[in-house]
Design a protein around this ligand. Structure first.
Ligand code: 13P
Ligand code: SF4
Length: 353
Protein backbone atom coordinates (compact mmCIF):
# COMPACT_ATOMS: atom_id res chain seq x y z
CA UNK A 1 0.00 0.00 0.00
CA UNK A 2 1.51 3.35 -0.96
CA UNK A 3 0.67 6.66 0.63
CA UNK A 4 -1.04 9.17 -1.62
CA UNK A 5 0.23 12.72 -1.84
CA UNK A 6 -1.98 15.49 -3.13
CA UNK A 7 -0.64 17.55 -5.99
CA UNK A 8 0.53 20.83 -4.47
CA UNK A 9 -1.60 23.88 -5.26
CA UNK A 10 -0.54 25.35 -8.59
CA UNK A 11 2.14 27.98 -8.21
CA UNK A 12 1.09 31.43 -9.38
CA UNK A 13 3.64 32.27 -12.05
CA UNK A 14 3.63 35.84 -13.22
CA UNK A 15 5.31 36.44 -16.56
CA UNK A 16 8.11 39.01 -16.34
CA UNK A 17 7.23 42.48 -17.52
CA UNK A 18 9.11 43.17 -20.71
CA UNK A 19 9.54 46.81 -21.47
CA UNK A 20 9.17 47.81 -25.08
CA UNK A 21 12.62 47.97 -26.64
CA UNK A 22 13.17 50.45 -29.44
CA UNK A 23 13.79 48.57 -32.71
CA UNK A 24 17.43 48.53 -33.77
CA UNK A 25 18.51 51.00 -36.41
CA UNK A 26 19.00 49.25 -39.76
CA UNK A 27 22.77 49.85 -39.78
CA UNK A 28 23.15 48.34 -36.29
CA UNK A 29 21.07 45.30 -37.24
CA UNK A 30 23.23 44.74 -40.30
CA UNK A 31 26.40 45.12 -38.22
CA UNK A 32 25.21 42.62 -35.60
CA UNK A 33 24.06 40.14 -38.24
CA UNK A 34 27.44 40.24 -39.96
CA UNK A 35 29.32 39.98 -36.66
CA UNK A 36 27.25 36.97 -35.51
CA UNK A 37 27.74 35.18 -38.82
CA UNK A 38 31.48 35.72 -38.53
CA UNK A 39 31.60 34.58 -34.89
CA UNK A 40 29.53 31.44 -35.54
CA UNK A 41 32.16 30.35 -38.06
CA UNK A 42 35.13 31.41 -35.98
CA UNK A 43 33.86 29.67 -32.84
CA UNK A 44 32.72 26.48 -34.63
CA UNK A 45 29.19 27.19 -33.40
CA UNK A 46 25.72 26.54 -34.76
CA UNK A 47 22.54 28.45 -33.92
CA UNK A 48 19.53 26.38 -32.85
CA UNK A 49 16.40 28.54 -32.52
CA UNK A 50 12.77 28.01 -31.54
CA UNK A 51 9.89 29.31 -33.68
CA UNK A 52 8.86 31.75 -30.94
CA UNK A 53 12.06 33.82 -30.88
CA UNK A 54 12.49 37.09 -32.75
CA UNK A 55 12.42 36.64 -36.51
CA UNK A 56 15.88 38.19 -36.87
CA UNK A 57 17.24 35.21 -34.93
CA UNK A 58 15.14 32.71 -36.88
CA UNK A 59 16.46 34.18 -40.16
CA UNK A 60 20.03 34.05 -38.90
CA UNK A 61 19.68 30.39 -37.92
CA UNK A 62 18.36 29.60 -41.40
CA UNK A 63 21.05 31.63 -43.18
CA UNK A 64 23.93 30.06 -41.26
CA UNK A 65 23.08 26.35 -41.54
CA UNK A 66 21.46 26.18 -38.10
CA UNK A 67 17.87 25.26 -37.45
CA UNK A 68 14.56 26.84 -36.54
CA UNK A 69 12.35 24.17 -35.09
CA UNK A 70 10.05 22.81 -32.40
CA UNK A 71 11.58 21.60 -29.16
CA UNK A 72 11.96 17.98 -30.32
CA UNK A 73 13.74 18.90 -33.54
CA UNK A 74 15.97 21.40 -31.71
CA UNK A 75 17.16 18.55 -29.48
CA UNK A 76 17.62 16.18 -32.41
CA UNK A 77 19.43 18.73 -34.60
CA UNK A 78 21.84 19.83 -31.88
CA UNK A 79 22.64 16.21 -31.08
CA UNK A 80 23.36 15.30 -34.70
CA UNK A 81 25.33 18.44 -35.62
CA UNK A 82 29.14 18.33 -35.65
CA UNK A 83 29.71 21.86 -34.29
CA UNK A 84 31.56 22.02 -30.98
CA UNK A 85 29.36 24.84 -29.66
CA UNK A 86 25.55 24.91 -29.73
CA UNK A 87 23.97 28.33 -29.28
CA UNK A 88 20.38 27.77 -28.21
CA UNK A 89 17.97 30.67 -28.74
CA UNK A 90 14.92 29.77 -26.71
CA UNK A 91 14.25 29.13 -23.03
CA UNK A 92 16.37 27.46 -20.37
CA UNK A 93 14.97 23.93 -20.62
CA UNK A 94 15.96 23.89 -24.31
CA UNK A 95 19.58 24.73 -23.43
CA UNK A 96 19.56 22.13 -20.66
CA UNK A 97 18.17 19.46 -22.98
CA UNK A 98 21.00 20.23 -25.42
CA UNK A 99 23.57 19.85 -22.62
CA UNK A 100 21.99 16.62 -21.33
CA UNK A 101 22.37 15.11 -24.79
CA UNK A 102 25.75 16.64 -25.61
CA UNK A 103 28.04 16.80 -22.57
CA UNK A 104 31.12 17.17 -24.79
CA UNK A 105 29.73 20.28 -26.49
CA UNK A 106 29.65 23.80 -25.15
CA UNK A 107 26.05 25.03 -24.92
CA UNK A 108 25.52 28.79 -24.80
CA UNK A 109 22.31 30.81 -24.57
CA UNK A 110 21.80 34.52 -25.35
CA UNK A 111 20.27 34.85 -21.87
CA UNK A 112 20.06 32.65 -18.80
CA UNK A 113 16.98 34.55 -17.57
CA UNK A 114 14.60 32.93 -20.07
CA UNK A 115 12.40 30.61 -18.03
CA UNK A 116 9.19 28.76 -18.82
CA UNK A 117 6.11 28.82 -16.58
CA UNK A 118 5.70 25.04 -16.98
CA UNK A 119 9.23 24.45 -15.74
CA UNK A 120 8.78 26.95 -12.87
CA UNK A 121 5.41 25.38 -12.02
CA UNK A 122 6.96 21.95 -11.44
CA UNK A 123 9.81 22.30 -8.93
CA UNK A 124 11.78 19.09 -8.39
CA UNK A 125 11.45 19.50 -4.59
CA UNK A 126 7.67 18.99 -4.89
CA UNK A 127 7.60 16.74 -7.90
CA UNK A 128 10.00 14.03 -6.69
CA UNK A 129 8.03 13.19 -3.50
CA UNK A 130 4.86 13.15 -5.58
CA UNK A 131 6.39 10.59 -7.96
CA UNK A 132 7.70 8.57 -5.00
CA UNK A 133 4.15 8.34 -3.69
CA UNK A 134 2.95 6.81 -6.97
CA UNK A 135 5.52 4.13 -7.76
CA UNK A 136 3.00 2.14 -9.83
CA UNK A 137 2.92 4.87 -12.49
CA UNK A 138 5.29 5.57 -15.39
CA UNK A 139 6.51 9.14 -14.99
CA UNK A 140 6.20 11.01 -18.28
CA UNK A 141 7.37 14.61 -18.32
CA UNK A 142 7.13 17.24 -20.97
CA UNK A 143 10.44 18.56 -22.22
CA UNK A 144 9.50 21.94 -20.63
CA UNK A 145 11.02 20.87 -17.27
CA UNK A 146 14.29 21.18 -15.39
CA UNK A 147 17.10 18.61 -15.65
CA UNK A 148 16.27 17.50 -12.06
CA UNK A 149 12.68 16.72 -13.02
CA UNK A 150 13.82 14.89 -16.17
CA UNK A 151 16.19 12.89 -13.97
CA UNK A 152 13.20 11.55 -12.00
CA UNK A 153 11.23 10.69 -15.14
CA UNK A 154 10.89 7.44 -17.06
CA UNK A 155 10.16 9.32 -20.27
CA UNK A 156 10.57 12.82 -21.66
CA UNK A 157 8.24 13.91 -24.49
CA UNK A 158 7.38 16.96 -26.53
CA UNK A 159 3.95 17.85 -27.87
CA UNK A 160 4.78 16.43 -31.30
CA UNK A 161 4.98 12.83 -30.02
CA UNK A 162 3.10 12.93 -26.70
CA UNK A 163 -0.15 11.32 -27.93
CA UNK A 164 1.75 8.51 -29.68
CA UNK A 165 3.88 7.80 -26.61
CA UNK A 166 0.90 7.64 -24.25
CA UNK A 167 -0.92 5.35 -26.71
CA UNK A 168 2.17 3.14 -26.70
CA UNK A 169 2.35 3.03 -22.89
CA UNK A 170 -1.39 2.45 -22.57
CA UNK A 171 -1.11 -0.52 -24.96
CA UNK A 172 1.54 -1.93 -22.58
CA UNK A 173 -0.97 -1.60 -19.71
CA UNK A 174 0.91 1.24 -18.00
CA UNK A 175 -0.63 3.91 -15.77
CA UNK A 176 0.82 7.37 -16.23
CA UNK A 177 1.91 10.23 -14.01
CA UNK A 178 2.00 13.25 -16.33
CA UNK A 179 3.69 16.63 -15.74
CA UNK A 180 3.68 19.53 -15.88
CA UNK A 181 1.07 20.93 -18.35
CA UNK A 182 -2.48 20.13 -17.25
CA UNK A 183 -4.10 21.25 -20.52
CA UNK A 184 -1.84 19.05 -22.63
CA UNK A 185 -2.32 16.21 -20.14
CA UNK A 186 -6.11 16.57 -20.29
CA UNK A 187 -6.04 16.66 -24.07
CA UNK A 188 -3.95 13.46 -24.29
CA UNK A 189 -6.16 11.76 -21.72
CA UNK A 190 -9.30 12.61 -23.72
CA UNK A 191 -7.80 11.26 -26.94
CA UNK A 192 -6.15 8.11 -25.61
CA UNK A 193 -8.38 7.21 -22.63
CA UNK A 194 -5.19 6.37 -20.70
CA UNK A 195 -5.14 6.34 -16.90
CA UNK A 196 -3.27 9.60 -16.25
CA UNK A 197 -2.60 11.45 -13.02
CA UNK A 198 -1.94 15.07 -13.96
CA UNK A 199 0.29 17.75 -12.49
CA UNK A 200 -1.32 21.19 -12.64
CA UNK A 201 0.96 23.76 -14.25
CA UNK A 202 0.06 25.88 -17.27
CA UNK A 203 1.80 27.92 -19.94
CA UNK A 204 1.31 31.64 -19.31
CA UNK A 205 0.90 32.23 -23.03
CA UNK A 206 -1.49 29.47 -24.13
CA UNK A 207 -3.57 29.55 -20.96
CA UNK A 208 -4.71 33.04 -21.95
CA UNK A 209 -6.49 32.09 -25.16
CA UNK A 210 -10.22 32.65 -24.70
CA UNK A 211 -12.91 30.38 -26.17
CA UNK A 212 -15.70 32.93 -26.05
CA UNK A 213 -13.78 35.59 -27.91
CA UNK A 214 -12.54 32.94 -30.34
CA UNK A 215 -16.15 31.94 -31.09
CA UNK A 216 -16.92 35.59 -31.81
CA UNK A 217 -13.89 35.88 -34.11
CA UNK A 218 -14.93 32.71 -35.95
CA UNK A 219 -18.37 34.26 -36.47
CA UNK A 220 -16.73 37.30 -38.06
CA UNK A 221 -14.57 35.03 -40.26
CA UNK A 222 -16.63 31.92 -41.00
CA UNK A 223 -14.22 31.01 -43.80
CA UNK A 224 -11.21 30.81 -41.43
CA UNK A 225 -9.67 27.64 -39.97
CA UNK A 226 -8.58 27.54 -36.33
CA UNK A 227 -5.32 25.83 -35.39
CA UNK A 228 -4.14 25.47 -31.78
CA UNK A 229 -1.24 24.24 -29.69
CA UNK A 230 -2.41 21.64 -27.13
CA UNK A 231 -1.13 23.77 -24.22
CA UNK A 232 -4.33 25.82 -24.78
CA UNK A 233 -7.41 25.29 -22.57
CA UNK A 234 -9.88 22.52 -23.51
CA UNK A 235 -12.63 24.97 -24.54
CA UNK A 236 -10.23 26.53 -27.08
CA UNK A 237 -9.10 23.14 -28.39
CA UNK A 238 -12.76 22.20 -28.94
CA UNK A 239 -13.01 25.03 -31.46
CA UNK A 240 -9.85 24.02 -33.34
CA UNK A 241 -9.72 22.32 -36.74
CA UNK A 242 -6.13 21.20 -36.11
CA UNK A 243 -4.30 20.68 -32.79
CA UNK A 244 -0.56 20.07 -32.83
CA UNK A 245 2.99 20.98 -31.91
CA UNK A 246 4.52 24.10 -33.42
CA UNK A 247 5.92 22.17 -36.42
CA UNK A 248 2.62 20.39 -36.96
CA UNK A 249 0.80 23.76 -36.90
CA UNK A 250 3.13 25.18 -39.57
CA UNK A 251 2.40 22.13 -41.75
CA UNK A 252 -1.33 22.60 -41.17
CA UNK A 253 -1.10 26.30 -42.04
CA UNK A 254 0.38 25.26 -45.38
CA UNK A 255 -1.88 22.28 -46.13
CA UNK A 256 -5.30 23.47 -44.98
CA UNK A 257 -7.51 24.63 -47.86
CA UNK A 258 -8.63 27.79 -45.99
CA UNK A 259 -6.94 31.06 -46.91
CA UNK A 260 -7.48 32.57 -43.46
CA UNK A 261 -6.06 30.90 -40.37
CA UNK A 262 -6.69 31.83 -36.73
CA UNK A 263 -3.68 30.71 -34.70
CA UNK A 264 -3.77 29.83 -30.98
CA UNK A 265 -0.07 29.76 -30.22
CA UNK A 266 2.79 32.27 -29.81
CA UNK A 267 2.75 34.80 -32.64
CA UNK A 268 6.51 34.39 -33.17
CA UNK A 269 5.50 31.40 -35.30
CA UNK A 270 4.02 33.71 -37.95
CA UNK A 271 7.46 34.21 -39.47
CA UNK A 272 7.60 30.53 -40.49
CA UNK A 273 3.89 30.29 -41.29
CA UNK A 274 4.13 33.20 -43.73
CA UNK A 275 7.14 31.55 -45.32
CA UNK A 276 5.23 28.25 -45.66
CA UNK A 277 2.07 29.88 -47.04
CA UNK A 278 2.84 33.43 -48.23
CA UNK A 279 -0.58 33.98 -49.79
CA UNK A 280 -2.54 33.22 -46.60
CA UNK A 281 -3.83 35.57 -43.90
CA UNK A 282 -2.90 34.69 -40.31
CA UNK A 283 -4.73 36.04 -37.27
CA UNK A 284 -3.77 35.72 -33.61
CA UNK A 285 -6.44 33.94 -31.54
CA UNK A 286 -7.89 36.31 -28.92
CA UNK A 287 -6.32 36.47 -25.48
CA UNK A 288 -8.55 39.25 -24.18
CA UNK A 289 -12.30 39.91 -23.95
CA UNK A 290 -14.95 39.23 -21.30
CA UNK A 291 -13.10 40.40 -18.19
CA UNK A 292 -9.72 39.07 -19.29
CA UNK A 293 -6.55 41.11 -19.22
CA UNK A 294 -3.86 39.61 -21.38
CA UNK A 295 -0.44 39.64 -19.78
CA UNK A 296 1.52 37.76 -22.39
CA UNK A 297 -0.72 38.66 -25.34
CA UNK A 298 0.23 35.59 -27.40
CA UNK A 299 3.95 36.14 -27.05
CA UNK A 300 6.20 34.37 -24.58
CA UNK A 301 7.96 37.02 -22.46
CA UNK A 302 10.91 34.69 -21.90
CA UNK A 303 11.39 33.83 -25.57
CA UNK A 304 11.38 37.59 -26.20
CA UNK A 305 14.53 37.99 -24.09
CA UNK A 306 16.60 36.49 -26.94
CA UNK A 307 17.93 39.24 -29.19
CA UNK A 308 20.69 40.04 -31.68
CA UNK A 309 22.62 42.02 -29.08
CA UNK A 310 22.83 39.31 -26.40
CA UNK A 311 23.45 36.64 -29.04
CA UNK A 312 26.44 38.59 -30.37
CA UNK A 313 27.66 39.14 -26.81
CA UNK A 314 27.68 35.46 -25.79
CA UNK A 315 29.50 34.54 -28.96
CA UNK A 316 32.10 37.22 -28.24
CA UNK A 317 32.59 36.32 -24.58
CA UNK A 318 31.53 32.67 -24.19
CA UNK A 319 29.28 33.78 -21.31
CA UNK A 320 25.95 32.15 -20.42
CA UNK A 321 27.19 28.61 -20.70
CA UNK A 322 24.73 25.92 -19.61
CA UNK A 323 25.99 23.42 -17.02
CA UNK A 324 24.10 20.42 -15.72
CA UNK A 325 25.48 18.60 -12.70
CA UNK A 326 26.88 15.27 -13.98
CA UNK A 327 24.92 12.78 -11.87
CA UNK A 328 21.67 14.65 -12.70
CA UNK A 329 22.64 14.75 -16.36
CA UNK A 330 23.25 11.01 -16.52
CA UNK A 331 19.87 10.28 -14.95
CA UNK A 332 18.10 12.84 -17.16
CA UNK A 333 19.79 11.43 -20.25
CA UNK A 334 18.04 8.07 -19.87
CA UNK A 335 14.53 9.55 -20.26
CA UNK A 336 15.64 12.14 -22.82
CA UNK A 337 17.38 9.57 -25.03
CA UNK A 338 14.23 7.43 -24.84
CA UNK A 339 12.33 10.39 -26.31
CA UNK A 340 14.71 10.60 -29.28
CA UNK A 341 14.64 6.83 -29.80
CA UNK A 342 10.85 6.75 -29.65
CA UNK A 343 10.63 9.68 -32.12
CA UNK A 344 13.01 7.83 -34.46
CA UNK A 345 10.89 4.67 -34.29
CA UNK A 346 7.74 6.65 -35.20
CA UNK A 347 9.55 8.31 -38.10
CA UNK A 348 10.65 4.86 -39.31
CA UNK A 349 7.08 3.53 -39.20
CA UNK A 350 5.83 6.66 -41.04
CA UNK A 351 8.44 6.12 -43.76
CA UNK A 352 7.43 2.46 -43.99
CA UNK A 353 11.01 1.17 -43.40
P1 13P B 1 6.87 22.72 -29.22
O1 13P B 1 7.52 21.49 -28.73
O2 13P B 1 5.57 22.45 -29.93
O3 13P B 1 7.81 23.55 -30.01
O4 13P B 1 6.43 23.59 -27.93
C1 13P B 1 7.34 24.15 -27.09
C2 13P B 1 6.72 25.21 -26.30
O5 13P B 1 7.33 25.73 -25.39
C3 13P B 1 5.36 25.62 -26.63
O6 13P B 1 4.94 26.65 -25.82
FE1 SF4 C 1 6.98 27.90 -21.67
FE2 SF4 C 1 4.70 28.81 -22.61
FE3 SF4 C 1 6.92 30.15 -23.10
FE4 SF4 C 1 6.46 27.76 -24.29
S1 SF4 C 1 5.32 29.66 -24.57
S2 SF4 C 1 8.36 28.45 -23.35
S3 SF4 C 1 5.39 26.69 -22.64
S4 SF4 C 1 5.98 29.82 -21.09
Amino acid sequence: MTSRLNIPAPAVIKPPKTSAVAPLAEAERARLNARIKHLLKERDAVLVAHYYVDEDLQRLAEDTGGCVADSLEMARFGHAHRARTLVVAGVRFMGETAKILNPEKRVLMPTLQAECSLDLGCPASQFIPFCDAHPERQVVVYSNTSAEVKARADWVVTSSIAVKLIEHLKARGEKILWAPDKHLGNYIQRITGADMLLWNATCVVHDEFKAQALTALKRQHPDAAVIAHPESPAAVLELADVIGSTSQLIQAAKNLPQQKIIVATDRGIFYKMKQAAPQKIFMVAPTAGEGASCESCAHCPWMEMNALENLAQVLETGANEIHVEESTRIKALRATQRMLDFAASIAQVNRGD
